[in-house]
Ligand binder design. Structure first.
Ligand code: FPP
Length: 235
């Protein structure tokens, strides 16, 4: 990929197909998550090399808690391992932001998340967003509640509520909206990911299972995106 072309893009990724990748190989589903976590780290590095402005990975949705406990434990173990490795696979200028409701996560993870966010908050390079226990509707409801509280406390008047004030209460406040959202594995749904932010995002679907996804696949997705004619409702 010509480096210059991807510069400044904002990208959302739904990493799907870990379980099916493993099943196809006769492996436990968790083997797919393990390989998926490696791909997550490598694509983060690659996006950074390409000069991407912001990249958001859907690591765990609010609906994912309904999976068997053994699988949840492994996903959370892998998330913890990625948190511990984070300073190794992000670049010195990357900012990390976590999207989602943290209370149900492990205390040691919440501490690492707060620490990473705080230490990278003032960095000006690529933003790595990791959505964990995230749901787009939940994020919108949370923003509405925050606005309601502020109105109740007299810090904001109801007339001041507009798209900008609303957006400022989302997890991604101040960030560029995704130019495209990619979902791997052949599923063609948004599944509660970046509902507000994705209003004008191009949607790109690929049949590749996430654990098989490589830098070359990412290049092909970028080519597909550049081939789209974006009009934002205009002509
Ligand atoms: C989707 O595949 C993947 C998940 C629900 C979990 C993703 C988790 C990781 C990549 C590892 C841990 C997290 C991080 C941030 C490194 P699926 O299990 O829904 O696949 P299937 O649709 O084929 O069953």
């Amino acid at each position: 990929m010509d480096k210059k072309r991807a510069e400044g893009l904002s990208i959302g990724i739904i990493m799907d197909g870990n379980g099916r990748w493993a099943k196809k190989r006769g492996l436990p589903r968790t083997a797919g998550h393990k390989k998926g976590a490696e791909v997550f780290e490598d694509i983060t590095r690659y996006a950074n090399e390409l000069g991407v402005a912001a990249i958001t990975f859907y690591a765990f949705s609010t609906e994912n808690w309904s999976r068997p406990k053994e699988e949840l434990d492994v996903i959370m173990d892998l998330f913890g391992a990625s948190l511990r490795r984070m300073y190794k696979f992000i670049k010195e200028n990357n900012r990390v932001v976590f999207l989602g409701e943290r209370a149900p996560l492990r205390a040691e993870h919440r501490e690492m998340m707060a620490d990473i966010e705080q230490k990278t908050a003032r960095r000006e390079g690529m933003i790595l967003n990791v959505a964990v226990n995230y749901g787009g509707r939940q994020e919108i409801v949370r923003a509405a509640r925050r606005l309601a509280d502020e109105v109740k406390e007299g810090r904001l008047s109801a007339d001041e509520i507009d798209e900008d004030t609303f957006e400022a209460r989302l997890y991604t406040t101040g960030q560029p909206m995704p130019d495209f959202i990619l979902r791997t594995s052949g599923e063609e749904r948004v599944s509660n990911f970046l509902l507000w932010q994705g209003a004008y995002s191009e949607l790109i679907f690929t049949d590749t299972y996430w654990p098989d996804f490589t830098r070359a696949h990412f290049d092909a997705v970028l080519e597909q995106f550049f081939g789209r004619d974006r009009r934002f409702g205009g002509l």
